[in-house]
Write a protein that binds this ligand. Structure first.
Ligand code: PGA
Length: 262
């Protein structure tokens, strides 16, 4: 293991609004679970649509694969909040991870302030909380860096201690999402970004905390670019979209990351 960043990496599958049926969801899980069981160096997480969480947890019964939700509501318990899912309902479905602030949700109107509330709720409920940040486009003047800094700061500056150890950051530049392997960021660019994110974190967290928070990369991660990225991009794992819907493809990524983390 050449790079300390590669210790206990995370590979988190973001299925988005896929697949169409429970049958297909269980079939992807079946395709992942047996091979994933032997990959001890990588944290494997599946985030299906919340409707599939219960049947998937029911089928699984193992320990290696963890489940996550793609969103959470900021009010706890139950109540009159049509369409929302609470931390307590997610806990009841054996969820351990929550993704907050994905660019596709921000695109539907979720503001930095709403993301902040959700992050606090998720952390206080004890979830490992994956905070997504990333710019739409890059510009010569470096405005995009300020944009990412604002996203990070609003979401995290008041994150409650002692829950900060459950924060993960997923940097996902929107321009790199949903493409092919050539649309992903280069490992060099991601390395720069990861240094920048840590610099921002040091502005409001202790040096130690800022060093500990895992930074993941997301945006067109596939089996063909995973090795280069995990070795050289200074990230502690990936948030994987389209490639996570094909169990063979996803397990290949898991195996690559597991091997590098040995
Ligand atoms: P992608 O999606 O891997 O399909 O680019 C990543 C994401 O949006 O989380």
């Amino acid at each position: 293991m050449s790079n300390p960043m590669n210790k206990n990496p995370y590979v988190i599958a973001n299925w988005k609004m896929n697949p169409e049926t429970k049958r297909e969801a269980l079939s992807i899980l079946r395709g992942v679970k047996n091979r994933a069981a032997y990959l001890h160096n990588v944290n494997t997480v599946l985030c299906p649509p919340s409707l599939f969480l219960h049947p998937m947890a029911g089928l699984y019964g193992g320990k290696k694969v963890k489940f996550g939700a793609q969103d959470i509501f900021y009010r706890r318990g139950s109540g009159s909040f049509t369409g929302e899912t609470s931390a307590d309902q997610l806990m009841d479905a054996d969820v351990e991870y929550v993704i907050v602030g994905h660019s596709e949700r921000r695109d539907m109107g979720e503001t930095n302030e709403v993301v902040e509330k959700k992050v606090h709720t998720a952390l206080k409920a004890g979830f490992k909380t994956v905070v997504c940040v990333g710019e739409k486009a890059r510009d010569e003047n470096g405005e995009y860096l300020q944009f990412v800094k604002r996203e990070l700061k609003t979401a995290l500056v008041d994150a409650p201690e002692p829950y900060r150890e459950n924060i993960l950051i997923a940097y996902e530049p929107i321009w790199a999402i949903g493409g092919g392997p050539h649309d992903a960021m280069s490992s060099h660019e991601m390395h720069q970004m990861s240094l920048y994110i840590r610099k921002v974190l040091r502005e409001f967290f202790s040096e130690k905390r800022a060093e500990q928070i895992p930074i993941l990369y997301g945006g067109s991660v596939e089996r063909s670019n995973a090795e280069e990225l995990i070795k050289n991009a200074h990230v502690q794992g990936f948030l994987v979209g389209h490639a996570s819907l094909d169990p063979d493809h996803f397990v290949d990524i898991l195996e690559i990351v597991n091997e590098v983390a040995k």
